[in-house]
Design a protein around this ligand. Sequence first.
Ligand SMILES: *Cc1c(COP(=O)(O)O)cnc(C)c1O
Length: 209
Amino acid sequence: MAVSKTHPPEWVMEAFANGVRLFGENRVQEYAGKRVALAAGGLFTDPEPAKVHCIGPLQSNKAARAVQIFDAIDTIDSLRLAERLEQAAAETGKRLPIFIEIKLSPEMSKHGLIPDASELHQLLERLPELHHLDAQGLMTVPPFADDLERVRPYFHQLRLLRDSIARRYPRLALHELSMGMSHDFSVAIEEGATLVRVGTAIFGARPSK
Ligand SMILES: *Cc1c(COP(=O)(O)O)cnc(C)c1O
C-alpha cells in the first residue's frame, strides 16, 4: 500500500500511472477533497481501479462519510465504531472490508484494542452478525525503533494473535496482517505481513506540521 496522506492528488495519479493500485489515507476531510481530483483523473473508472484504505483513527461520527469515500477501514478500534460502520454500510448497500487495529504495548499510540481486552473479544463475537462488514485481518503500528530487532517481536506477536483468533473464532476469516512501514517493512514481511503500508520510501518525506 502506497501511503499518500499529505501529498497532492497529482502524486497519487503519478503513482497510479506507474502501476500502484492501493493507497492509504489517514483523514476523512483531506481525502474527501483529494478524491474529487482522483475521480476526475479516472482512477476509479479504470478497468483496474485504485482502492483507498483509511489508515488513520476514525471517529464514530465520521463513519458514514468514511463509508462513502473509502474502500476499506483498517483502523477499527472499538465495538462502537464497528457498529456505526455496519449501519452506514447497510444504508449504502456496501460490504465494507475492515481490519482490527491492535495495540500491543503501552508505548504505542493510543489507538487500537489490546489483545486481552474484553472489548476485542466482544467485537470478534459480534462480527459474524455484522453482515455489511468484511473483517479481513489485523493491523498494528509498533513503537518506532532504529534497531529493527526491537520492532520484530511486535510483528511476531500480531501474527500469533491472528493465529489464536483463527482457532478461537473459526467463523471469521481474519487472514491479513497489515504491518510494516517505510523503515521496518523488511522485518514485518519476515514475520508474515501480507500488507505493508509504505509512505516515505515511495513519496519522500512528508511536509512537517
Ligand atoms: C503514515 C503512516 C504510514 C506510512 O509511514 P511511512 O513511515 O511514511 O512509511 C503507515 N501506517 C500508518 C498507520 C500511517 O499513519
